[in-house]
Design a protein around this ligand. Structure first.
Ligand SMILES: *[C@@H]1O[C@H](CO)[C@@H](O)[C@H](O)[C@H]1NC(C)=O
Ligand SMILES: *[C@@H]1O[C@H](CO)[C@@H](O)[C@H](O)[C@H]1NC(C)=O
Length: 339
C-alpha cells in the first residue's frame, strides 16, 4: 500500500512527466514550424537582416499559420485560406503595404453615361468568363508598388481592346505609373482607375508591356509607340450589382475593393463571403461571374499579386449580398473604358 508521501511523489512525478511530454510536443510543434518557415523563406526568396528579425518574423509566420489552419478547419466555409507570400506579415503590416494600399477613392466621380442601362438582366448569360473569350492577359504582379490602380485599368482596357479589335495586347502599367502624374494618380503612391482612363485617352493609348516593361517603382516618363487606345470611360451606377452585371456581361470592368482583411490577405480559393470592410484601398478587375456548385453566386476577379495568391492569381467574391455596397465594397466605384 502506498503511503501518502509516496502517493504525492507519484502524482508529482506524473505531473512532471506529462508536462515534459507537453513541452516536448510543443518543441516538436515548433521545430516542424521552423522547417515550414525555412521552406517558405526559400520558396519566396525571403532573406532577413539578422536572427532577431528572423525570430520576430517566425512568430508572425507561426501565428498566421495557426490562424489559417483554424479558419480552414471550421465547417461551412465557402472559401479557404493558404500560406502565401504575405505569411510573415501581420495584418496591420499587410494593410500598410503598397501591395495592398494603392487605390485612392474618388471624392467626386463626374456624371458619365451608362451605356448598358437598358440591357435586360434576364437576357444576360448565366455565366461569363472573359478568359474563355481570350480577353484576359496572364496574371501580373505589382510587387511592392502601390499601383494596383494601373493594373486594374489596364486589365479593363486589354479586355475592351480585344473585344473591339480582336487583338489581345498586354499593355504597359509602367507607362501609367511613370506618366499619369498630372492628375490624381501618383504612381506607386496610389491612384485611380478613372484618372488612368483619362490619361490614356489624352495620351492616345498605351504602349506594349514588352516595349515599356514593368519595374515596380516610379520611373521617368518615356515615350514608346502606342499599340491600342480607348475613346472614353463610364462609371457603373454605384451600389448596384445588377448594373455591374450588365457591364461585366459586356466587358471586363475595373472595381475597387477593401483588400485589407486578413481573409483577403490569405485568400486561396473558393467564393469569398462573410464580413468584409468597405474601406476601398485596392483596385482589381471583374472579368466574369457565375454560380458555384453549392449555388453561391460569385464575381470572378483578376488580381495583380502574382499566381501564388488566390486561385492562380484570380479571386471569386460572393455576388448579390444584402449589403448594397457589395462584398468588400466592390459595387461602390466600378468603371470601364469605352471604344
Ligand atoms: C434607355 O432607354 C431610355 C428610355 O427609352 C432612353 O431615354 C435612354 O436613352 C436609353 N439609354 C441608353 C444608354 O440607350
Ligand atoms: C506587342 O506585343 C505583342 C506581344 O508581346 C507582339 O505580338 C506585338 O507585335 C507587339 N506590338 C507592337 C506594335 O509592338
Amino acid at each position: 500500500m502506498a503511503t501518502p508521501k509516496a502517493l504525492l511523489l507519484a502524482v508529482l512525478g506524473c505531473a512532471c512527466f506529462f508536462s515534459a511530454i507537453l513541452a516536448a510536443r510543443e518543441l516538436s510543434d515548433d521545430s516542424a514550424m521552423v522547417v515550414k518557415h525555412e521552406r517558405w523563406m526559400a520558396q519566396y526568396n525571403r532573406v532577413y537582416m539578422n536572427d532577431v528579425e528572423k525570430a520576430q518574423r517566425f512568430e508572425v509566420f507561426k501565428a498566421n499559420v495557426k490562424f489559417i489552419e483554424s479558419f480552414n478547419a471550421a465547417s461551412n466555409r465557402k472559401f479557404w485560406l493558404g500560406i502565401n507570400q504575405f505569411a510573415d506579415l501581420t495584418n496591420d503590416e499587410f494593410r500598410a503595404t503598397k501591395t495592398n494600399k494603392g487605390f485612392h477613392p474618388s471624392m467626386a466621380r463626374g456624371p458619365t453615361g451608362f451605356r448598358y442601362e437598358n440591357v435586360s438582366i434576364d437576357a444576360l448569360p448565366m455565366t461569363v468568363d472573359w478568359r474563355a473569350k481570350g480577353a484576359v492577359t496572364p496574371i501580373k504582379n505589382q510587387g511592392q508598388c502601390g499601383c494596383c490602380w494601373a493594373f486594374s485599368a489596364v486589365a479593363a482596357m486589354e479586355g475592351i481592346v480585344k473585344i473591339s479589335t480582336g487583338k489581345l495586347f498586354s499593355l504597359s502599367e509602367q507607362e501609367l505609373v511613370d506618366c499619369d502624374i498630372n492628375g490624381e494618380s501618383q504612381g506607386c503612391d496610389g491612384g485611380e482607375m478613372d484618372d488612368a482612363f483619362k490619361f490614356i485617352i489624352k495620351n492616345g493609348g498605351l504602349a506594349n508591356e514588352s516595349s515599356y516593361p514593368y519595374i515596380a517603382q516610379d520611373g521617368k516618363c518615356k515615350r514608346y509607340k502606342n499599340v491600342a487606345t480607348i475613346k472614353g470611360y463610364e462609371d457603373v451606377p454605384a451600389n448596384d450589382e445588377a448594373a455591374l452585371m450588365k457591364a461585366v456581361a459586356n466587358q471586363p470592368v475595373s472595381v475597387a475593393v477593401d483588400g485589407g482583411d486578413r481573409t483577403f490577405q490569405f485568400y486561396s480559393g473558393g467564393v469569398m463571403s462573410g464580413s468584409c470592410g468597405t474601406d476601398l484601398d485596392h483596385g482589381i478587375a471583374a472579368i466574369g461571374y457565375g454560380t458555384a456548385s453549392d449555388g453561391t453566386k460569385y464575381w470572378l476577379m483578376k488580381n495583380s499579386w502574382g499566381t501564388t495568391w488566390g486561385e492562380n492569381g484570380f479571386l471569386r467574391m460572393e455576388k448579390g449580398i444584402p449589403d448594397k455596397s457589395g462584398m468588400c465594397g466592390l459595387a461602390m466605384q466600378p468603371s470601364y473604358p469605352t471604344e
